[in-house]
Write a protein that binds this ligand. Structure first.
Ligand code: IMP
Ligand code: MG
Length: 176
């Protein structure tokens, strides 16, 4: 059993400040043709990130999503299910793959080659949160918002069994 922490791990103000500086880091690294968000956890982060990247949008960076889930109703990693990638034309494109959190790394480690197989010229990865202590696959993200300790987090798009996604701050789940 888990319960929600009483105070945020990352506040609204911290999120907003870091998302803005991250957008600037990404913009400084070059242009991307497509930002690909991984559903469902990245939806809030992507929405804030693209609005902090006005230049990218002026130049017509496309925003697309597909679904990848590796979590059932628990906090442990499971099998990866991918859908919605069939219709993505990535031929010769510079792709920024965005997820909410890099945990074991198994998800991004498997998705990056899939995007390259679909013709992407460049695939860079961006995550809001990174839990380096949990890593199993040999992967690091190119752009990281915050490195955090090994705690299960929710809010700002992240869920626990599909709950808590709409919380505006990053909260932790504590075992009771
Ligand atoms: P990975 O494959 O273990 O790196 O897991 C990545 C996915 O697991 C993310 O896209 C999240 O959906 C989910 N995940 C990992 N840690 C957390 C967490 O602390 N809270 C919510 N979701 C998480
Ligand atoms: Mg996810």
């Amino acid at each position: 059993m888990y319960k929600l922490s009483s105070k945020p791990l990352i506040s609204k103000a911290e999120l907003s400040e870091r998302v803005n500086s991250l957008a600037a880091e990404i913009a400084a690294a070059g242009e991307f043709d497509i930002l690909l968000g991984i559903l469902t956890g990245s939806f809030v982060f992507v929405a804030d990130l693209v609005r902090a990247m006005p230049k990218a949008n002026e130049k017509g960076m496309r925003v697309k999503f597909f679904k990848a889930s590796s979590y059932g109703d628990s906090t442990e990693s499971g099998t990866l299910t991918v859908s919605g990638m069939e219709n993505l034309d990535l031929t010769g494109k510079r792709v920024l793959l965005v997820d909410d959190i890099l945990d074991t790394g198994n998800t991004l480690y498997r998705l990056v080659p899939m995007l390259k197989e679909r013709g992407a010229a460049v695939v860079k990865t961006c995550v809001l949160l990174d839990k380096p202590s949990r890593r199993e696959a040999p992967i690091e993200a190119d752009f990281v918002g915050f490195k955090i300790e090994n705690k299960f987090v929710v809010g700002y798009g992240l869920d626990y069994a599909d709950d808590y996604r709409t919380l505006p701050e990053i909260m932790t789940m504590e075992e009771v």
